[in-house]
Design a protein around this ligand. Structure first.
Ligand code: NAD
Ligand code: ZN
Length: 358
């Protein structure tokens, strides 16, 4: 399946299918440097496959530390130096093979080196159906996640479903958090469909029909980011579940999408208090579903003495205005709204949530 973005200019194709990697070479630049930066664990797992698709081409490979560890300022500096010492030019091109962390990191290298060079996203996780689309790239600061970054569109996204076969269960669960978020932003019908197709972790692990839901997620995200690339309006809705989720992720180091899914649950409790979109029944139904899929809800007990630290973290969110926390909520009619939420409301929701999950 091939989509093309529909920006007024500088559009890019998204190729989503099994063995899409064999089409990557069509995007190589002749007589220029094409440098693949690949998550070292992904390289270990898929070395033979990657070689079978790419070994006949004149490209360079650089393995990078796996996962979130690469999104670090001093690591960024060391890889910058390495690439610059390879005499790259403005026409050179980087290719990111890995999950969302690899894509964010390599995208930020591409956005900044020589004031911007081309890059291609080759996502290898479920979660990266989200991160590879939309052009947000960046690394972390010690103060918080993704605080150093840029907007830089990829030249192409080559999403090869074959890579997903080696994903561990935690990463499947993590990616599913963002798929679920996109379903909420799409329609109630999509949410129900998802819950029917993947009623438990057993079904989810099989990833049956996952291409369909990745396509749904990508289309939902594209519609939003094309309307509001630089996040002055509707793109903020993509932050659903992230306000609390990012705080939880930062404090506990659970995976991004698992934290987002628990953040969606937290947002439902706030909905119940502020917009009344959710109620006891809908929250219970959702908690039972999260238990079926195995989200680590007990982490909420582990952080109960640290809720102040989570709150402080929530205050750092880029989308806040002044001292109040802005959260994406659902209004009574299911539409999305961004509301200021006070510390007291956050603490009340947290206490209630803890009592609901046992
Ligand atoms: P990740 O890159 O950390 O990958 C998760 C883990 O899976 C890593 O340990 C990695 O080595 C491993 N892995 C990757 N592919 C694999 C495969 N095919 N088989 C087995 N293991 C594999 O991150 P992620 O979970 O894909 O994404 C999370 C990151 O994405 C976070 O840094 C988050 O901030 C970012 N993100 C960015 C955006 C954006 O718009 N830029 C959106 C959402 C998330
Ligand atoms: Zn996210």
């Amino acid at each position: 399946m091939i989509f093309e973005t529909t920006y007024p200019n500088n559009n890019y194709p998204i190729i989503l299918k099994e063995h899409a990697l064999s089409e990557l070479h069509a995007f190589f630049k002749e007589d220029e440097q094409n440098i693949v930066l690949i998550d070292q664990d992904v390289y270990q797992l898929h070395r033979q496959y990657i070689k079978s698709c790419l070994s006949q081409y004149d490209i360079k490979f650089l393995t990078i530390v796996s996962g979130e560890a690469c999104k670090d300022l001093s690591y960024f500096e060391s890889v910058c130096d390495k690439l610059l010492s390879m005499n790259i030019t403005r026409q050179s091109q980087l290719i990111a093979i890995g999950g969302g962390a690899t894509g964010d990191f390599v995208g930020f290298l591409a956005a900044t080196l020589l004031r911007g060079i081309d890059f291609i996203q080759v996502p290898t996780t479920l979660l990266a159906h989200d991160s590879a689309i939309g052009g947000k790239v960046g690394i972390n600061s010690t103060v918080g996640k993704n605080l150093i970054g840029a907007f830089h569109r990829p030249r192409a996204v080559i999403y090869d479903l074959y890579f997903l076969n080696t994903l561990p269960t935690t990463e499947i669960r993590s990616g599913y958090g963002e798929i679920y978020k996109h379903a909420i932003l799409n329609s109630e019908e999509k949410v129900n469909q998802l819950m029917n197709v993947y009623p438990s972790i057993k079904e989810l692990e099989r990833l049956n029909d996952i291409e369909h839901y990745l396509k749904m997620g990508i289309e939902t995200k594209l519609k939003i980011v094309i309307e509001d690339e630089f996040e002055s309006g509707v793109r903020k809705n993509l932050n659903l579940g992230h306000t609390f989720g990012h705080g939880l992720e930062y404090l506990t180091k659970i995976s991004h999408g698992e934290a987002v899914m628990i953040g969606i649950l937290f947002q439902k409790v706030i909905n119940q208090h502020i917009t009344h979109y959710d109620n006891h029944d809908s929250i219970f139904k959702f908690i039972n579903y999260l238990k079926e899929i195995g989200y680590p809800l007990s982490i909420l007990y582990a952080v109960e003495t640290e809720i102040d630290a989570i709150f402080e973290y929530m205050k750092k969110d880029k989308k806040n205005i002044g001292q109040s926390i802005q959260m994406v909520l659902q209004d009574g009619d299911g539409s999305f709204t961004i509301e200021s939420v006070s510390k007291e409301q956050v603490l009340d929701a947290f206490t209630e949530l803890k009592s609901l999950i046992n």
